[in-house]
Design a protein around this ligand. Structure first.
Ligand SMILES: [Zn+2]
Length: 112
């Protein structure tokens, strides 16, 4: 299985069999299959996932702002508020995906 498939299926970056999440946003501390500790035991490990989340979220929100502003003829402030409100249902998906991407990127550059 490729890394991209592992990311999209939210599977462990080492064995690509064990799930990372045990609930909607609840994560396993370690892989149920191979025991890889996902957060490396570090406080604040997932702060790096916030940067990934920004990178995932800003382009679609900006696109929504542009669509509402230019095509919908909304004011800029109304378009910004409307775009953020429209994006709110996507936030849990972005949080999950950003955490998985962060784990994969971290494990790629520092596997041990
Ligand atoms: Zn694993």
């Amino acid at each position: 299985m490729s890394a991209l498939q592992g990311i999209l299926r939210h599977l462990c970056p080492r064995c690509r069999k064990g799930p990372i999440f045990r609930g909607w946003l609840a994560m396993y501390e370690a892989c149920p299959c191979c025991g890889l500790q996902f957060n490396r035991g570090e406080q604040g490990y997932f702060i790096g996932a916030m940067y990934v989340s920004y990178a995932l979220s800003i382009p679609p929100v900006l696109a929504l702002v542009m669509i509402l502003w230019r095509l919908g003829h909304w004011s800029v402030s109304a378009a910004v508020i409307g775009a953020f409100l429209a994006y709110l249902p996507v936030v849990p998906f972005a949080v999950r995906l950003s955490r998985v991407i962060w784990i994969y990127v971290d494990r790629t550059f520092d596997p041990h």
